[in-house]
Structure formats: C-alpha cells, structure tokens
Write a protein that binds this ligand. Structure first.
Ligand SMILES: C[S@@+](CC[C@H](N)C(=O)[O-])C[C@H]1O[C@@H](n2cnc3c(N)ncnc32)[C@H](O)[C@@H]1O
Length: 188
C-alpha cells in the first residue's frame, strides 16, 4: 500500500485544503526549531504550503525559517510559499499589505519582491521556481502551476477577485508573489 503523503500547511489560519494537514503557529512555529522537532520527530514532510506567513517574519528570521523547513522536508519535496507582492502596481493593494499596515497586516515586517524573496530560500539550499509575480515595470508574470501541488487562494488561479482576469478581461486584482522551493534529491 502506498503511504499517504505528509503534506503540511504552516500558519494555516482558517484555510483548509483536501490532502493537506493544517497547522497553526502553536503547532509549528517557524521561529522555534523545538516545535518542528516535537511535531516531526524523525519524520520529514513530503510537501509544505505556506500562504501569507513569511511577511510576518523579519528577513533574518525568514532566512532561519527557510533553513528550518528545509531540514524537515524530504529530498525532492516542495515548499510552496506565497507572500504579498511588493511590485503589485495597485496603490490600494499596497495600502492593504504595507509593513505595519491595517488589520491583519499590523505585524507585517517586510514586503518582498521576486528579487528579494528568492535569496531567502536559495541560501537555505532550495531550488527556486517563481510561479506568480509582478516585475518592477508593472507587468504580471505567471507559470502554469498545478493547484494539486499546493493551492494558494490569493492567486491568479483561485482568488475570486481575479475572476474577470481569468475570463480575459482587464488586469489581475489580488495576487501574491508565489514561489516553489524544491529540496534537491540526494540531500538529507
Ligand atoms: C495573514 S494570516 C494567514 C493565514 C492563512 N495562511 C491564510 O492564508 O489565510 C498569517 C498567519 O501566519 C501565522 N504566523 C505568524 N508568525 C508565524 C510563525 N513564526 N510561525 C508559524 N506561523 C506564523 C499566524 O499565526 C497566522 O495564522
């Protein structure tokens, strides 16, 4: 019998996706290696999914968190990460996601772009592939990523605010900077 893959959402909040185990900061704290040791023991996850969490850490904390997640990911496994996109051209979007912004953004510590988020994960050993992002000239880019590898709600593919764009009308509404980080095979 094929074992069920261990696919873990970090900082899930109220999000639930079939096949994914939601965890909260009290279960897996990206800043507390002991929480990962207690949760995983000798195990490693097949995949991790983490939507709109990394921006709540400083860059230095985010780098440490990337190394921690790398350690608890199986070789060949995927970490899919989404954060607010610092290059999104809409001022209303930027107001909502700003560092120390309103409501849930009150503890946002950093606003990433593709250029600044990528090294957070490459320094930890991940191979990185961008999935959705805006460039500095205000052009939106996306790869044809598979939601079965990790659904990200605030994305071109899934967010209700992008329905018109998906239908071929206008610009995207609410998107995220989304990356896949792969742990190379052959690494423990
Ligand atoms: C804006 S909410 C996003 C929740 C959910 N992922 C979503 O997309 O709706 C930010 C989440 O990050 C979590 N978080 C903040 N710091 C964290 C940390 N150090 N380790 C794990 N989760 C953390 C919070 O507990 C919260 O659930």
């Amino acid at each position: 019998m094929t074992p069920t893959p261990l696919r873990v959402m970090i900082g899930a909040g109220e999000q639930r996706w079939d096949g994914w185990t939601p965890t909260q900061q009290a279960d897996l704290n990206l800043l507390e290696p002991a929480s990962f040791a207690a949760y995983f023991g000798d195990r490693q996850a097949d995949d991790f999914l983490c939507e709109h969490v990394w921006e709540h850490l400083s860059v230095e904390e985010g780098e440490r968190a990337a190394r921690l997640v790398f350690r608890y990911l199986k070789p060949g496994g995927l970490l899919r990460v989404a954060v607010p996109d610092g290059n999104h051209p809409d001022p209303a979007y930027q107001a909502v996601v700003a560092v120390n912004g309103p409501g849930p953004a009150h503890d946002h510590q950093v606003l990433y772009t593709l250029d600044t988020l990528t090294p957070v994960f490459t320094q930890a050993g991940f191979g990185v592939q961008p999935l959705e992002w805006w460039d500095a000239d205000g052009t939106f880019h996306h790869a044809d990523w598979d939601v079965r590898d990790g659904p990200v709600y605030r994305s071109r593919q899934l967010d209700h605010r992008n329905a018109a764009f998906r239908a071929g009308v206008g610009a995207p509404g609410f998107t995220s900077l989304i990356l896949d980080g792969w742990k190379p095979t052959g690494m423990a």
